[in-house]
Structures are given as C-alpha cells and as structure tokens.
Design a protein around this ligand. Structure first.
Ligand code: 5AD
Ligand code: SF4
Length: 479
C-alpha cells in the first residue's frame, strides 16, 4: 500500500498550518452558521491520505463557521487525526491526550468560555472505538475515517450539547465529499480518487480502519481538477490506498490509466502524481499513459514489502518476486526515465536471514530512488496478529539498519549520476537563512539552489552540481 510516499513518514507528526487563503476563511465564516465564533485546532499523524482528510475536515468545520487556530490553547475544538499503521504511531495519540488532559485540568475552557471538546479521528478512532472514551474521558468525539461523511451530523450532536458522539460504522459505501476543502499547500493539491482497501495483507490494519474500496466517479474527479487548475494549482496528486485499483462507478467506466490521461490533459495542470500503486493492479497501460502525457510525472511508488516470495506469500501480497520484477521491467523499459520508490517491512513474522538477503538483492536489482522501510509491528485485528512474531526486536533493528545503509549507497550512486544534468523544478520553498530555493523535479528529487523568495511557485531549470543520498544541489539556468 505505502500510503506514504513523498513522504511524510507514517511516524511523522504534522501540525496543520493555517489556511493559506484568508479570503476563503472570511467567505466561509458567516455569522449565522452553527459554529460561528468557535475555533478549532487539528493535528495530523501519518500518511498523505490523513493529511488530506484533515484538509477536508477543516473545510467542513470552516463551512460551519469555525475558525482555524494554531494552538490547542486558542481552540474550542481540538482534533487529533490519528494513524495506527504501526504501534508507535497509534501510541502517539494517547500520549498527546495524556499531556493535554493535564493542561486542561489547569485551564479547561475554550476561548468561548465553554469546556473544550477533544475529538479523535482516523485509524486509531476506528480501531479503538468507544474504548477511547474510557481511556481518555476528556474525549467527546470519536470518528473513524470511513465515517467522515457523517461528520456534519456528529457536529450537530456536539453543538446540541451531546458530550459523547461516535461515528464508527464500516458499512459505508460513500466517499468523504466536501463542499469545501482547506488546502494547506498553495501549489500541490491532493485529490482522493479512491478510499479504503479490499486487499488483505496479513500485517495491515487499513482494510479494517478505512473500510472497503470506494471510487469516486471520473467526471467528478475531472471537474475537481479543472476547478483546482482554475484556482492556480499546477500540481495534482491523486490519492488512494491503492490508487491504481480505481474503478470508475460513473457511466464512462474510465480506467485508471484513462483517468490519469484525462487529469494530465486539464488545462493549467503541469504535474500529476499518484500514490500509492499496488503491484497486483499495476498495468502496462499506466506506463503507456505516462509516456504519452508529459504532465504525468516520472515517478511511481510501488511497494514491494519483501524480496522473498516465501515472505510475500505469508504477507498475502498476491504476487511473487518474479511477478513484481515483471512490473519493474515494464517500468524500466519505458521511454521515460521513471523514478521508482517502494515500501519494505523487515522482520515480518518468521522472516529468515535468507529471506532478508533476498530483499537486499531486490534492492540492488531494482535500484530504487527512495525506500521507506519499517520494522514489522504486529497489529490487532490483522490476520498476522495470531502468528508468532519470531524475529526479535533487536534483530529487526539490525536488518533495518543494514537495509537503510545499502539503500543510502544506491541513492547516492543514482543521485551522483545526475550531476551535470539539467532538470525542470517546481520551486516549493525558500530558506531565507541560506538564501536557497528548494525545488522538486518530476522524478521527485529535491534540489537546493541559490534563489529568491519570489521564485516560490514557479517552474525553473536547474543544473545539478552536487549530490547527496537524499537531495541535490544545483544552479539556476533560467525559467
Ligand atoms: N508493521 C510495519 N510496517 C507496516 N506497514 C503497514 N503495516 C505495517 C506493520 N504492521 C508499512 C507497509 C506499508 C506502509 C505504509 O507501512 O510497508 O506499505
Ligand atoms: Fe496496502 Fe495491503 Fe494495507 Fe491494503 S492491506 S492498505 S494493500 S498494505
């Protein structure tokens, strides 16, 4: 799945920045609506899907008149959008709730004088359900990711004075559609095209926390893209737990490759990325679409999880090493220099040293540009939960360190091969202290180069002069 690509690692905590468009805030805070005058703070843990869910939740709140603030202290409603993919990520929210409880005992009222309301959203909410109310009595709202479409009803109940409300059904056949979405990045817009997961990977909580796959109609996705382009977004990142398992429920029955082509053809869209692809559903048509549409980026994230066919079978991934490599061969055979990234789990259940060696040999064979690697973390309600987690923690750590060192060498080698070449970058940031612009290539490489603040948001050409394992240094050669 690799629901984390560019990458906010699944362990990273993201505090949501304020709305980027003050006009949007003003336009959506009419005095007569339910939450008028109330404030909210939302903190996001985990993958891009979660980051984007938080943008949508923020949009729902702002449409009700709530105003976003940047700290717990100033908020009437505090929301934690949680991740439970690994145990550490899941624990984080409880330590946050604990710390917050102490603070609340000192000053337990929001800016409006009413008690602050705390909400737990996302995967931990789905997994723990009502137990959260017992473990953290200060929590008033628990809502799993599959129930976000019910959020307005839940807010109605909270606003009516109900102190404990929950949305936890997994029997959901709709997607989380919002009238308005707050977008926290001024250039790249995330756009969900499919929610949930129908795969049954033995280690993974996602099918349980996010429910079954639901795709959004292609005509609606394309209309969203046209609107985003007209608002000035030049990069669109299509999201889905298994983005390429997309099935258009609309009359056009557009394939995923067809949808990619459609999005790439929207006027004003210069870059399209998509994440995360599942190897089982990865077809040559996707590669053909990338070849014929320059706006589709030279980048595919294709989580392998292990290089050993034996482990892949235990993981219930639905492919062998050879079948995965056939997809890689198709990508490597493309006319476009498609950059590849992956997710890997080390120490899954009874992974042997020989299995692990297979994963290392796969790394050398594929030569990924980026790898997100994790120690296996047994999760409740997964089919692997009942199996023996036989690789000791220390050994998992050793394998992870070896794998990451090997990958560091590969990345350094691949990045050094870029020296002297010129790339078009989208300037995403400017670091005043260093006087440096930070840009990203179509292949998702980060390049730092001497620049100016006004360049942010522009596309520029940069020649690479130096390379490290994780980023490049260059000089600007023009617009
Ligand atoms: N333990 C460790 N890593 C996991 N992932 C998913 N579930 C687990 C788990 N139980 C990893 C996979 C997935 C990425 C998002 O997180 O590599 O692709
Ligand atoms: Fe990805 Fe498998 Fe988890 Fe589905 S079950 S989200 S395919 S890792």
């Amino acid at each position: 799945m690799g629901n984390e690509l560019i990458q906010i690692s699944a362990a990273t905590v993201q505090g949501s920045p304020p709305a980027t468009d003050p006009a949007l805030e003003k336009a959506t805070a009419p005095a007569s609506v339910a939450g008028a005058g109330k404030t909210f703070y939302i903190e996001t843990f985990g993958c891009q899907m979660n980051v984007h869910d938080s943008e949508k939740v923020a949009g729902v709140l702002m449409a009700r008149g709530y105003r976003a603030v940047e700290s717990h202290d100033d908020a009437d409603l505090i929301l934690y959008n949680t991740c439970s993919i690994r145990e550490k990520a899941a624990q984080k929210v409880f330590s946050r709730l604990g710390a917050f409880k102490k603070q609340q005992e000192r000053a337990g009222r929001g800016p409006g004088g009413n008690p602050k309301i705390v909400g737990v959203l996302g995967c931990v909410a789905q997994q723990e359900g009502g137990r959260i109310f017992e473990r953290a009595p200060q929590v008033g709202l628990v809502c799993g990711s599959a129930s976000y479409s019910k959020l307005p009803d839940l807010l109605d109940q909270l606003e009516a004075g109900n102190r404990r409300v929950a949305g936890l059904s997994l029997e959901i056949d709709e997607c989380f559609e919002t009238e308005m979405t707050r977008r926290d990045n001024p250039f790249r817009a995330y756009l969900t095209i499919i929610e949930g997961c129908d795969k049954e990977c033995a280690y993974c909580v996602v099918p349980m926390t996010r429910g079954p796959e639901r795709s959004r109609p292609a005509d609606r996705v394309l209309a969203d893209c046209r609107r985003l382009a007209s608002e000035g977004y030049t990069e669109i990142q299509l999201l889905g737990q298994n983005v390429n398992s997309y099935r258009d429920p609309g009359p056009a029955h557009m394939s995923f490759a067809g949808l990619l082509a459609g999005v790439a053809e929207v006027k004003g869209v210069r870059r399209v990325r998509f994440t995360t692809s599942h190897p089982r559903d990865f077809t040559p048509e996707i590669v053909r679409a990338i070849e014929s549409h320059p706006a589709l980026c030279d980048q595919v994230h294709l989580p392998v999880q292990s290089g050993s066919t034996r482990v892949l079978a235990h993981m219930q991934r639905g492919y062998t090493r050879e079948q995965y490599m056939a997809k890689i061969d198709c990508l490597r055979g493309s006319r476009r220099p498609i950059s590849l990234s992956t997710d890997i789990i080390v120490g899954f259940c009874d992974e042997t040293e020989a299995d692990f060696e297979q994963t290392l040999s796969l790394l050398e064979e594929v030569e990924y540009d980026q790898v997100f690697s994790f120690k296996y973390s047994p999760r409740p309600n997964t089919s692997a939960a009942g199996r023996v987690d036989s690789v000791p923690e220390e050994e998992k750590g050793r394998r992870l360190a070896i794998l990451q060192e090997r990958q560091r060498e590969i990345q350094l080698r691949r990045n050094q091969a870029c020296i002297g070449r010129e790339f078009e970058v989208l300037v995403e940031n400017y670091q005043p202290r260093l006087g440096q612009a930070v840009g990203r290539t179509t292949s998702n490489r980060v390049i730092n180069f001497a620049g100016q603040p006004a360049w942010v948001g522009q596309y520029m050409n940069v020649r690479v002069t130096e390379a490290g394992p994780n980023s490049l240094v260059g000089i600007n050669t023009g617009m």
